[in-house]
Design a protein around this ligand. Structure first.
Ligand SMILES: Nc1nc2c(c(=O)[nH]1)N[C@H]1C(S)=C(S)[C@@H](COP(=O)(O)OP(=O)(O)OC[C@H]3O[C@@H](n4cnc5c(N)ncnc54)[C@H](O)[C@@H]3O)O[C@H]1N2
Ligand code: MOO
Length: 397
């Protein structure tokens, strides 16, 4: 059987390039940059005052002057005004340009102002204090965010500050989510005692939405001909098919056959893992990809995070891919010769360690347990006993 490691490798051998698109910058949170954002001017662009108060020439302080005539008041956004005498100062606000005739700002708390006169009340004044000097953060032309970085709220702010109304980002694949099974009814219907409501498709859609990826969702009944037709339609209209259910040994599990009948080459079927053992992955002749996840909700969920999102990140060339590790918080045993993805609640302890508390639940049909946990701890295939204090990789969700 294919191991988790082999499955990952086989999937990552199928990276795709969907090109780029230019979008209004406010709509790009979570997307991957396809262009660098550069400073259009120095940051800050001028010597910026950082405290409300008065601006003086430090030489006046050195020569013992403590009382200054207020020459003018300069707000942020005003053109700079100049002083022409050592006993003059400018009342100045945070965000204003420091005028060339002054070099030091004394905050309001340290002066007393009466009828146009500012009296300095403190001794320890340093030359150049309360200033954010031009270009100390970045120089004009410096890269503020690089190709491959995920657009974060901080990057939205940077784009705004350098006047980028549009950003070039990596285009996302067109994804369709396909659920199957005659036992499933719509969310707004009341299931018969032997039926359940559809939920996997919505979970997948929500996970994709968190990645900024909009997807379509369809449901196919347990009918081999309709399954084939729908799959063929999707293979022509979407770059990636994410299926959930209908791929194990059941009499009505028509998906693998329909995929093979539709020129989708099987890359693997079944991975030595729990949950998600029946996972099927293949490639259509036109290059489109099929991730067919086992229908049990926890299996679908785990495979989506572990395999599809990893593939998506690699396909988009995101630079943020550092693995996350956690410490198993108590002893755990798992006998079957499968890599176990143990559901855990993560908690950071006062020593700065990320502790993983097993909350096993009742197998891959227990989707209620997903809401009580944060991650899967990846317990290696070749072992059965796992000790508290050991460190393993986690798939956070
Ligand atoms: N004889 C064997 N039986 C099974 C095996 C096996 O190796 N041999 N593997 C088991 C494992 S592990 C899993 S996981 C499931 C996967 O089966 P399928 O992919 O064919 O999934 P279904 O049978 O269609 O559904 C399984 C389970 O999940 C529920 N489900 C399916 N889709 C949805 C949905 N969209 N929303 C909510 N719930 C869904 C479905 O009702 C079933 O209860 O096979 C085992 N059997
Ligand atoms: O291995 Mo299945 O995917 O857990 O129930």
């Amino acid at each position: 059987m294919t191991t988790v490691e082999e499955a990952e490798k086989l999937i990552l051998a199928q990276l795709r390039d969907y090109g780029t698109e230019s979008l209004p910058f406010e709509q790009t949170v979570g997307r991957v940059l396809a262009e660098a954002i550069k400073a259009d001017r120095d940051l800050p662009p001028f010597n910026r005052v950082t405290m409300d108060g008065i601006a003086v020439n430090y030489q006046s302080i050195v020569s013992g002057i403590l009382s200054f005539n207020i020459k003018a008041t300069q707000a942020a956004g005003d053109e700079p005004v100049a002083i022409s005498h050592p006993e003059e100062c400018i009342e100045i606000m945070t965000g204003a340009v420091l005028p060339v005739s002054v070099d030091t700002v004394i905050r309001y708390e340290d002066v007393e102002i009466t009828s146009g006169l500012a009296l300095v009340k403190v001794q320890d004044i340093k030359k150049g204090q309360n200033l954010h000097l031009q270009g100390v953060d970045k120089k004009e032309g410096d890269v503020l965010a690089s190709i491959g970085q995920m657009v974060t709220p901080a990057i939205i702010g940077l784009a705004a500050s350098v006047g980028k109304t549009h950003l070039l980002v990596k285009k996302l694949p067109r994804v369709v989510i396909i659920s199957s099974g005659d036992e499933l009814v719509e969310v707004d219907q009341t299931p018969a005692p032997y039926q359940i409501r559809k939920s996997n498709g919505y979970t997948i859609k929500a996970v994709l939405q968190k990645q900024g990826l909009q997807s379509d969702m369809i449901h196919i009944p347990d009918d081999p001909e309709i399954t084939r037709q729908q799959i063929q339609h999707c293979l022509q209209n979407y770059d990636v098919l994410l299926l959930s259910g209908g791929i194990s040994m059941g009499k009505f599990d028509y998906i693998p056959q329909a995929l093979e009948d539709s020129a989708v080459k099987k890359i693997f079927h079944k991975v030595a893992q729990r949950p998600g053992k029946p996972f099927w992955f293949g490639v259509h002749a036109n290059g489109n990809l099929v991730f067919a996840f086992p229908g049990n909700p926890v299996a679908t969920f785990m495979c989506l995070y572990k395999y599809f999102l990893n593939w998506l990140r690699a396909t988009l060339g995101t630079t943020e891919q550092s693995p996350v590790y956690a410490v198993l918080a108590k002893d755990f045993q798992f006998q079957p010769p499968l890599q176990y993805f143990l559901q855990v609640k993560l908690q950071s302890n006062p020593h700065g360690q990320l502790m993983a508390w097993p909350i096993e639940g009742n197998g891959s049909g227990d989707f209620a347990n997903l809401a009580d946990t944060d991650a899967f701890l990846e317990l290696p295939l070749e072992r059965t006993d796992f000790k508290a204090g050991e460190v393993f990789r986690v798939v956070k969700f």
